[in-house]
Design a protein around this ligand. Structure first.
Ligand SMILES: [Zn+2]
Length: 510
């Protein structure tokens, strides 16, 4: 894979890596920009670390380790995360920031366990392994393309929108973004495209390599868990589903890993995320069907559908909320960009998915065709104060907004995000009363000429506050507040002058 927009010849290196899960693919040589790999898996964005010797580039700068050595795992993981990052930067047209300074640390051998996680606090992604009795081998998440692409997805989204730590849909979108990243990244490899078409024959209502997420991990996990009904499921999650959007308060709650059968949609974020990942995969299928009508071959149609999806998806991320995200905001952002690409020729294909999945109503879709109010900046604010001053000119000083991010966007756009804290009282059942600092969000996007392109405000309403309480209570009830390992989705911090503060943490496990 060579993802580079620059017409100049880059310094390329070859690495030997698995372009899919080890159960279903063989290692192949993949080319990357050398800058992300250096002489010992280290570059300005990514730094691989291990307790055993870290792989070294050969005299030509290449990493040609064979599967079976720990160095292969290191190179493989580094390649997966570098590839996913390059995929996003290619489609977004600019650098994706981290939510911290310095390179992201990649730990391919973080310890024993059936897990992997991304932590902003540790500035790292971490991959675990276990001796699987059902497969008779060590199952390593460092070898899983889907697990690696999912985890780096958390880091990418956290860099773009660090305020998505709470709320059922914000947390579920993080998980759905990870799975969508695994799908989009897998589509960058020709060997995968050919296998997808061999699996499904061009019928995207059928399962294939790209619908089955984390094949080896899931196969072993399912055989070894307490649920006899999933023993023959060759994936950890599948993007081939028909889940429709439903208000999370109408769904059962659950712990994680799930205790409910796969068919049951719950408000637990990994379960609820399947609405998004299923919709993302449906978008691919819908675009494929449209492209196949004119393309000379199925392979050409799939490549075209991939790039349309990637381009729309990458640009749509400019518009997503800074906090209190709902799936409908992301669906609107996708359609907004579909409206702009090639005269809007893909809009109807994608709008059909949003309607079918209950993500948007026809009225909400129609409103996306209306022009945005006319407002033009003479110059882009350069400071937080300048960004906040801009809000009064826009009549948006209705919340205690604090300037958050000022980001490069697609096509020379500028993206400004704001967050406004709001105290929410919580009832954690047997754990008593608590409170949290929830946040409203505001995202403003301007084109290169300073014209307002979109404004997405997400104030907190009574439903949102109830959702935050429900989410916190579900974690407290199921004993998932942060434990002795310090890794968990949230914690309770004692406060001298009142109830404890519930704090969502920037750590995404699995
Ligand atoms: Zn995750």
């Amino acid at each position: 894979m060579v993802i580079s927009k620059s017409p100049t010849v880059r310094d390329l290196v070859s690495i030997n890596m698995l372009p899919q899960d080890p159960m279903i693919s063989k290692a192949e040589l993949v080319q990357f920009d050398k800058v992300q790999f250096g002489s010992q898996l280290s570059g300005p964005r990514l730094h691989t670390q291990d307790s055993v010797a870290v792989a070294q580039a050969d005299a030509d700068g290449n990493y040609l380790y064979e599967i079976g050595s720990p160095q292969f795992d290191q190179v493989n993981t580094h390649g997966i995360v570098a590839g996913a990052l390059a995929t996003y930067e290619h489609y977004m047209g600019h650098t994706v920031p981290w939510s911290f300074k310095g390179p992201l640390e990649v730990n391919p051998h973080a310890g024993e366990g059936k897990t992997a996680y991304y932590s902003r606090w540790d500035q790292s992604i971490n991959f675990f392994q276990w001796d699987s009795p059902s497969l008779g081998k060590i199952v390593k998440t460092s070898q899983s393309f889907d697990v690696g692409s999912h985890e780096i997805g958390h880091a990418i989204l956290d860099g773009l929108r660090p305020g998505l730590l709470s709320g059922t849909e914000g947390k579920a979108f993080h998980e759905g973004f990870g799975d969508s990243s695994a799908i989009l990244h897998a589509l960058q490899y020709d060997s995968n495209l050919r296998q997808i078409l061999a699996d499904n024959g061009g019928d995207f209502s059928q399962p294939s390599l790209v619908t089955r997420l984390a094949e080896e991990f899931g196969t072993a996990f399912n055989k070894e868990d307490d649920n006899p009904n999933n023993d023959d499921h060759p994936y950890y999650r599948t993007a081939l589903n028909e889940f429709k959007y439903a208000d999370p308060k109408t769904l059962p709650s659950d712990s994680y890993p799930p205790s409910q059968p796969e068919e049951v949609l719950t408000s637990e974020p990994h379960s609820f995320s399947r609405i998004w990942s299923g919709s993302f995969y449906s978008m691919l299928g819908s675009l494929y069907n449209q492209c196949a009508a004119d393309a000379p071959s199925q392979l050409d149609a799939l490549r075209q559908a991939r790039d349309v999806l990637g381009t729309i998806w990458g640009k749509s991320l400019d518009h997503i909320p800074a906090a209190n995200l709902k799936f409908r905001h992301v669906a609107s952002a996708v359609l907004r960009e579909a409206n702009q690409l090639e005269g809007g020729k893909y809009f109807d294909s994608l709008a059909a998915v949003m309607l079918d999945r209950n993500l948007l109503t026809q009225q909400q879709i129609d409103e996306l065709h209306k022009p945005v109010r006319s407002f033009r900046l003479e110059q882009f604010p350069q400071t937080r104060g300048g960004a906040e001053d801009m809000l009064s000119r826009l009549g948006l000083n209705n919340h205690p907004w604090r300037a958050d991010q000022a980001l490069a966007g697609a096509d020379g756009r500028r993206v400004y995000t704001f967050r406004a804290p709001e105290r929410v009282e919580l009832d954690l059942g047997s754990r008593g009363a608590a409170f949290m600092q929830a946040e409203a969000g505001l995202t403003l996007v301007f084109d290169a000429a300073g014209q307002l392109v979109s404004e997405t405000a997400t104030p907190l309403d009574a439903d949102d506050r109830a959702d935050l309480n429900r989410e916190a209570r579900a974690l407290a009830d199921s004993g998932q507040l942060v434990g002795e390992d310090g890794i968990g989705p949230a914690r309770l911090v004692p406060r001298r002058d009142g109830p404890p503060e519930y704090q969502p943490l920037p750590v995404w496990k699995d």
